[in-house]
Ligand binder design. Structure first.
Ligand SMILES: Cc1cc2nc3c(=O)[nH]c(=O)nc-3n(C[C@H](O)[C@H](O)[C@H](O)COP(=O)(O)OP(=O)(O)OC[C@H]3O[C@@H](n4cnc5c(N)ncnc54)[C@H](O)[C@@H]3O)c2cc1C
Length: 390
């Protein structure tokens, strides 16, 4: 394990990378260049467009290095990352090969004057922890690397948001709140994470809510080009958002932005099958009223489950000109529509310091909501979100 001095050397190194505009991109590019030069056979495991891969590499390193003192946080994360890489056809041996490429990438970035023996030793130990833990995660996993699935329904809830149902070959054993890696035939090898919007069931049916990200590689195809009968690949479950429902547990605050609703909805549906639950306040948000695309389902859930309160939030009450006729009424019986950024609206009610809190949405929404909660003194350790979001 690393001592305090080694940890501070590694943190200072990463900080210098992040401080430069193109630092993260250049480290990630250099890592994959070194890796593919030393192991040309690895290139075939990855897609042609590597932007998402590079972005995830840096986010994962940032998360691990931020939490280096706390093995209970970074180890499960790395085990899961290792398991997740099995979908690319990678196993334990491949992670060990990545260690040298990471060291070479950082060495070229910081330059030889700064790259002393102690700096190299600190990075080598860090990357050895990363690769050994990922290898352990990958090699100990007994689940299939992925399942086949058939698209059985595709419906546009908005012009840029599709509700897609697939039927998997065998049941994918995910917990409500977890997410899955998905590959579609229109974009081979470009895996993307999606969160099931319903709990797992005996029939292997999964519902996804997908929003088109403008300029994205995969989400526009998922929204517009999917046909019934398409065959998808679905990777094993990842992530650990969950509600503690044990007796005496704290009440719950959930905050959803856009399709970030999906993993919260899945947990609420699972809770609806239980006889006793903590109280849950769900703030469901979007920019315009039509972005509250699933408000009717939430209304039904709240009507039949007295422990659930749903508060709709929008940033603007008028629909934009380019979405004519899409105005949506908030069902009677739900709380009044609140207006503002969801973080500001939530914190008008106080700090929610006595709640279990989950935030799900775009990276920008999660960041601004975390910031708003911190300003009013919400304990950060009560807040769950997915560390690799975006
Ligand atoms: C844990 C997790 C769960 C997710 N669950 C869902 C889900 O249930 N439904 C869903 O629609 N999406 C979900 N996503 C996002 C999804 O995985 C893709 O990132 C998203 O669909 C964009 O993929 P793309 O190939 O179209 O864009 P890319 O080609 O990967 O990216 C294109 C550009 O868009 C930016 N970008 C990527 N994602 C976003 C975003 N969400 N908002 C704004 N800009 C972005 C990228 O930084 C890049 O600059 C989830 C992501 C994570 C990490």
């Amino acid at each position: 394990m690393l001592d305090a001095q080694a940890i501070s050397l590694v943190r200072a190194g990463l900080k210098s990378v992040l401080a430069e505009d193109d630092g993260p991109e250049s480290i990630a590019r250099s890592f994959y260049a070194h890796l593919f030069v030393e192991h040309p056979e690895f290139r075939g495991f990855f897609p042609a467009a590597m932007d998402q891969q590079r972005h995830r590499l840096i986010r994962a390193l940032e998360y691990v290095i931020d939490n280096l003192e706390d093995a209970t946080t970074f180890l499960p994360f790395l085990h899961q990352l290792g398991r997740d890489h099995r979908k690319h056809g990678l196993d334990g041996r491949h992670f060990l090969a990545a260690e040298n490429a990471l060291v070479s990438a950082f060495r070229s970035f910081v330059g030889t004057e700064v790259w002393t023996d102690s700096v190299e030793a600190a990075w080598r130990t860090t990357f050895a922890v990363v690769s050994n833990s990922m290898a352990a995660g990958a090699d100990s996993d007994r689940m299939p690397a992925y399942w086949g699935a058939t698209v059985v329904e595709h419906r546009l809830a908005l012009d840029d948001l599709a509700v897609i149902r697939v039927q998997t070959d065998g049941v994918v054993p995910y917990e409500p709140g977890q997410y899955l890696s998905v590959q579609i035939p229109q974009r081979p090898r470009m895996w993307r994470y999606l969160s099931p919007a319903i709990p797992t069931n005996d029939h292997g049916g999964i519902e996804f809510h997908v929003r088109r990200v403008s300029g994205g590689w995969v989400s526009p195809a998922m929204v517009s080009d999917i046909a019934i009968g398409d065959r998808w690949l679905v990777g094993p479950p990842l992530g650990g958002l969950s509600v503690d429902t044990s007796p005496g547990c704290e009440d719950v605050l959930m905050i959803a932005g856009g399709t970030g609703l999906a993993p919260l909805r899945s947990q609420l549906m699972a809770m609806a099958m239980r006889s006793r639950n903590p109280r849950v306040h769900l703030f469901v948000s979007g920019q315009y009223p039509s972005d509250l695309y699933d408000i009717d389902t939430l209304w039904h859930l709240a009507q039949t489950n007295p422990w659930l309160t749903v508060v709709p939030v929008v940033e603007e009450t008028e629909e934009p000109w380019w979405r004519p006729g899409s105005s949506r009424d908030i069902p009677r019986g739900l709380n009044h529509l609140q207006v503002g950024k969801v973080g500001q609206v939530v914190t008008r009610y106080g700090s929610w310091a006595d709640r279990q809190i989950q935030i799900c949405g775009s990276p920008a929404m999660v960041r601004s909501t975390m910031y708003a909660l911190r300003l009013v003194g919400t304990p950060v350790e009560h807040i769950q979100f997915d560390p690799i979001g975006g």
